[in-house]
Write a protein that binds this ligand. Structure first.
Ligand code: GAR
Length: 196
């Protein structure tokens, strides 16, 4: 069984979907750590409810990104985490973490990348007036939502969709797609053998 860490900054509904899939066995991995950069958010409460260890930090308390990512690496080691799933973690990953987890870190983003990267992808899609948007799961590299795409799913935008309605539709797709893609990535053998 592989150990994975999930990073979140907010509500943590995707974190919850991963935990549920792990507990039901459809995702053959154990969530051994939640990393969260916003004290007090709902994701933390969800982790506690499931007995999952958390590392909650405030970036202001560190000199720079290298300093808090060094601390995160320590916690990942303690949790024996072999793989990272970013689930609404609203920060760019720096070289300290990336060098240790390149190819072993995925992200979910609420648009059909390369369209609408960065913040408020749902607002960007509504503003652009597109008739279709979606969800992308991709490997993480040093850019903003730029790494190699693993899988995408489309979500239709109806004329009357508000940001709230569109977010609900996107979340529903995310919660199905993300645990499935993580399962595939972790358990699809590569030429070198096992993925992780
Ligand atoms: C998700 O919709 C995720 O795709 C998005 O944040 C939301 C987090 O929701 N991520 C990004 O925008 C990353 N650039 P959640 O906390 O309920 O899982």
């Amino acid at each position: 069984m592989k150990n994975i860490a999930v990073f979140a900054s907010g509500t943590g509904s995707n974190f919850q979907a991963i935990v549920d899939a792990s507990e039901s066995g459809t995702l053959e991995a154990k969530v051994t750590l939640l990393v969260c950069d916003r004290p007090g958010v709902k994701a933390i409460e969800r982790a506690e409810k499931h007995g999952i260890p958390t590392f909650v930090f405030s970036s202001k308390e560190y000199r720079n990104k290298e300093a808090f990512e060094t601390e995160i690496l320590k916690k990942l080691k303690e949790a024996k985490a072999e793989f990272i799933a970013l689930a609404g973690y609203m920060r760019l990953i720096g070289p300290t973490l990336l060098s240790q987890f390149q190819g072993k870190m995925v992200n979910i983003h609420p648009s059909l990348l390369p369209a609408f990267p960065g913040k408020d992808a749902i607002g960007q899609a509504l503003e652009a007036g597109v008739s279709e948007t979606g969800v992308t799961v991709h490997f993480v590299d040093n850019g903003m939502d730029t790494g190699p795409i693993i899988e995408q799913a489309t979500v239709p935008v109806d004329e009357n969709d508000t940001a709230e309605i569109l977010q609900q539709k996107i979340h529903k797709i995310e919660h199905e797609l993300y645990p499935k893609v993580i399962q595939d990535v972790l358990h699809t053998p590569t030429e070198k053998g096992e993925f992780v």
